[in-house]
Design a protein. Structure first.
Length: 229
């Protein structure tokens, strides 16, 4: 009976080493590529909110991985903020993230319940990020049947004019239950009624005609200016 000869196969180490080396290099390359950080963060279309608030809420302030950061997660986090109505986060070339923000416009601080009131009538506690913007204060109670119309009237005021109002007081009289008194930063006062709230948008035009005089501007009933003694 012939003796069976078993041939030993030699393992070629060099090709195996090359394959492992290539796989290692590719794995490291992929890992290195995925871990590349965000190089620049751009926030667009904001007026009241500062960039730090946006970036901290989106959890990118420490410049994490550009590719492993989920833009949809960032958008959801930002849209959960009462200060933001809509947001879009886009990846750009050279590892840049662009945040396009639509702000929920703050109108006034309601001192009666210590909240910030927005254009969509949402209210948020003053203690929550109130330092983000400067808006007038409503210093006294407004009846519920007037309050909604008051918010609508405030929403018609231009941003530059809104920034010049310090305090607002509901001040009805026997003839007008819709009357409000606005205290301006420059020392003037303005009377408005709910049906004429947009008249305050002409404040700068009126101011240019007052020759630096201080007084009370009546826009609730007629248009006249009473000089303070």
């Amino acid at each position: 009976m012939a003796k069976k000869i078993v041939k030993k196969r030699r393992i070629k180490l060099l090709p195996c080493f090359i394959v492992l080396l290539v796989m290692g290099v590719l794995s490291f390359g992929v890992y290195f590529f995925l871990k590349l950080p965000i190089l620049n963060l751009i926030v667009e279309n904001t007026t009241y909110l500062n960039d730090d608030y946006i970036l901290e809420l989106a959890e990118v302030k420490d410049y994490p991985s550009f590719w492993l950061s989920c833009t949809s997660h960032m958008e959801k986090k930002l849209e959960d903020s009462p200060y933001i109505s809509d947001v879009k986060v886009e990846r750009k070339f050279f590892h840049v993230l662009v945040f396009t923000i639509d702000e929920n416009r703050p109108l006034f601080i309601n001192n009666t319940n210590n909240t910030v009131v927005f254009s969509d009538r949402e209210e948020v506690s003053v203690s929550d990020q109130i330092d983000l913007f400067r808006i007038p204060r409503l210093i006294n109670y407004v009846p519920d049947n007037k309050y909604r119309s008051f918010i609508q009237g405030m929403n018609h005021i231009k941003k530059d004019i809104l920034g010049k109002i310090s305090d607002i007081e509901y001040q009805p009289n026997d003839y007008d239950k819709d009357r409000f008194l606005l205290y301006m930063d420059d020392g003037n006062m303005v009377y408005l009624t709910l049906t004429k709230f947009e008249m305050i948008n002409y404040y700068n035009d009126v101011l240019s005609q007052l020759e630096n005089k201080k007084g009370i501007l009546y826009l609730d009933n007629g248009n006249h200016f009473q000089i303070m003694e």
